[in-house]
Design a protein around this ligand. Structure first.
Ligand SMILES: [Fe+2]
Length: 180
């Protein structure tokens, strides 16, 4: 039988209960790639007929992690941002996402200003999932109709996150549902 959402949820629970740190998260990342190899899952939750929007596929009330489907219709380029005190895993379902991981050149002591430099850039293709640990800064750039599944350690709407304006160097608090 193909690896489905229920199996993925059960495996996420088992991995993160056993080890909420990088090793448990890496199991989640690998299993998300297994899930994205299931074309029935991809068509059902991320296919062309799925209405656009941000869908919570699962939220774990005990461990706090969330599985979200980002059903985009329009291309978007995000500013560099973090996921606050949470980790995030991005798994590509259709099209692609160009990822840039950023490094801070300043010491992080000024809450309003930052200096960033790109550290790593690559394209996430369908079936592939990238891991972004707590505090990691990244930006995403995707074309029309790109769809992805994101797993976060917690509901990001409940924690403080920041985005960075590259031109001015200013750091801004992010509002809920900024969907990146
Ligand atoms: Fe993000």
């Amino acid at each position: 039988m193909a690896y489905d959402l229920d199996q993925f949820v059960a495996d996420c629970r088992a991995s993160l209960a056993r080890d909420p740190g990088p090793a448990g998260r890496e199991e989640v990342r690998k299993n998300l790639e297994r899930l994205l190899a299931n074309q029935h899952f991809v068509q059902t939750y991320c296919g062309p007929d799925v209405p656009r929007g941000l869908k919570v596929l699962y939220e774990d009330t005990e461990l706090g992690f969330q599985i979200l489907a980002h059903i985009n219709d329009k291309a978007r380029k995000s500013p560099p941002h973090d996921h606050g005190a949470s980790w995030a895993i991005y798994g590509q379902a259709s099209h692609y996402t160009d990822m840039i991981e950023w490094e801070r050149l300043d010491d992080g002591s000024d809450p309003d200003n930052a200096k960033l430099k790109p550290a790593k850039s690559y394209r996430l293709l369908p079936g592939h999932a990238g891991m972004y640990q707590d505090g990691k800064i990244h930006s995403i750039d995707y074309p029309d109709n790109a769809r992805f599944v994101r797993v976060t350690g917690t509901n990001l709407d409940n924690i403080n996150r920041v985005r960075f304006d590259l031109a001015s160097g200013k750091v801004h608090q992010m509002t809920p549902q900024q969907a990146t």
